[in-house]
Unconditional design. Structure first.
Length: 71
């Protein structure tokens, strides 16, 4: 019986590395972060281009950027 418990302790203490599930979760988090960053960057670039266009035209018209969606 002592050998059984020692075997269980050894099995639980071993760490072989990341499993496929952990890689999938990490990949999903990285992808979600990239999508969020690029969507925010795209909105900022669009607004900047609209401001420059209005400055050149001498107008204060509303730009053509899509409306921002806040979660």
């Amino acid at each position: 019986m002592k050998n059984f418990f020692e075997g269980v302790k050894t099995f639980l203490a071993e760490e072989e590395g990341l499993t496929i599930v952990e890689y999938a979760i990490g990949g999903a988090l990285v992808a979600a972060g990239a999508v969020l960053a690029f969507s925010q960057l795209g909105t900022a670039v669009c607004e900047t281009i609209d401001e420059l266009e209005n400055a050149v035209k001498g107008s204060t018209a509303v730009g053509k950027c899509p409306p921002t969606v806040t979660p």
